[in-house]
Design a binder for this molecule. Structure first.
Ligand SMILES: Cc1cc2nc3c(=O)[nH]c(=O)nc-3n(C[C@H](O)[C@H](O)[C@H](O)COP(=O)(O)OP(=O)(O)OC[C@H]3O[C@@H](n4cnc5c(N)ncnc54)[C@H](O)[C@@H]3O)c2cc1C
Length: 362
């Protein structure tokens, strides 16, 4: 079976890897190369229990997190390169009494889900993370962690290529019918396959297709990369206005803005200033850090904040894997396995009911 994947962000790359590892002939097409789009700006946090998630998103996130270790082990072995991935836990901190009360409520809500999270007072937080400025309380969720996204992409691509996948730098101008399958139209001609996976993130709705466009909307996020000689933190830290992801080599990611600005992928001075201010208030030593990079990406959002995964009703050879909004890195393993089961085995796993395209009339 030949499958064409449109988009080489984390979702397209994970799907391409899983399909090729299971024996499919895979062709990935992306005008900008691999790991661009929202993926390039991603913080790589693996944190399903962060508040604000619907029940369905929480379930998807937990399933995907459960698969992460095994998925990464396969990818790293096939690619023969390691990927930095650590379950450091997250420490959500509060500066005010009201914030501390909120953390207590969060702990109770997590306990109702059977998740053991520990509540720390200010002294305990300071002992656990001495680099943090004065805080009142902290909530530690030990299951959470992060993955270095650029390394993950390199490994996914390397592993997929080992299994025969081919990556092409070309823009898809439309998706058309082709016998029982589907084809993509590009400036370099038509590429036909048994199936086409639409994994073009925020741009998924702009690619002409026979049927309604997937309702995916861009939400810009800006993120900074700083560097200290040593990691200043041992956890991923969530503050009131920013989060910090400490890598083992002393780099620290500072995220993120959330902006409704259409398809504008610029980094702005205001975005950088706001994130820097918040980061320094949380960890004063970051004021002396090297400023390495600032990135912006467009998170692909849907109205219910759940991804769209499954077959198109109007074009049966087409399958959607888009709309992952804030959680594309976390949800990459489950998305890849759901798509591979569907496309290669014709098997609709029960999890697909949460993310079906037909809830948007697709
Ligand atoms: C600042 C920030 C922080 C984030 N932090 C996290 C986090 O900690 N954890 C987490 O899980 N998620 C996080 N996310 C969300 C996550 O990055 C996204 O959900 C994920 O990257 C979406 O991946 P994707 O492959 O669907 O889309 P993208 O990465 O946007 O990739 C889509 C690709 O499609 C290509 N494309 C578009 N149009 C065409 C065309 N016509 N032809 C060919 N190719 C095309 C683009 O070039 C692009 O490469 C964050 C996002 C941002 C912006």
């Amino acid at each position: 079976m030949t499958v064409i994947v449109v988009g080489a962000g984390v979702v397209g790359c994970a799907v391409a890897y899983e399909l090729s590892a299971r024996g499919a002939g895979v062709r990935v097409v992306d005008a900008r190369g691999t790991g661009q789009g929202a993926t390039r700006a991603s913080a790589g946090m693996l944190a399903p229990y962060i508040e604000g998630h619907s029940d369905a998103l929480l379930r998807l996130g937990i399933w995907s997190l459960d698969q992460y270790e095994g998925f990464l082990a396969r990818v790293a072995a096939d690619a023969r390169r390691p990927v930095e991935y650590r379950r450091t836990g997250t420490l959500q901190v509060a500066r005010t009494d009201r914030g501390a009360e909120h953390l207590r409520e969060r702990q109770r809500a997590l306990a109702d889900l059977g998740v053991v999270a520990s509540l720390l007072n200010g002294d305990e937080v300071r002992r656990s993370e001495p680099a943090l400025a004065d805080v009142r309380a902290g909530l530690r969720v030990p299951q959470h962690g992060y993955v270095r996204v650029a390394a993950l992409i390199e490994a996914l691509v390397g592993a997929a290529v080992t299994h025969g996948a081919v990556f092409s730098d070309v823009r898809v101008e439309g998706i058309t019918r082709q016998g029982g399958g589907a084809a993509v139209e590009t400036a370099q001609g038509r590429i036909a396959g048994d199936a086409v996976i639409l994994a073009a993130g925020s741009w998924s709705g702009g690619i002409p297709i026979d049927g309604p466009a997937p309702p995916v909307r861009p939400v810009r996020g800006q993120l900074l990369q700083l560097r200290l000689p040593q990691p200043p933190l041992s956890h991923v830290v969530w503050g009131p206005n920013c989060y910090l992801v400490p890598w083992q080599d002393g780099r620290v990611l500072v995220g993120a803005t959330s902006e409704d600005v259409g398809f504008d992928e610029r980094v702005t001075s205001e975005g950088v200033a706001t994130l820097l201010d918040s980061a320094r208030r949380l960890v004063p030593a970051l004021g002396g850090a090297t400023f390495e990079d600032a990135r912006a990406g467009l998170r692909p959002a849907t109205a219910d904040e759940l991804p769209i995964i499954g077959r198109s009703a109007t074009m049966p050879g087409v399958c959607y894997a888009t709309g992952h909004y804030r959680n594309g890195v976390l949800l990459a393993p489950i998305t890849a396995s759901l798509v591979a089961d569907l496309v290669l085995g014709g098997h609709e796993r029960p999890e697909l009911t949460l993310v079906r395209p037909d809830r948007f009339g697709l």
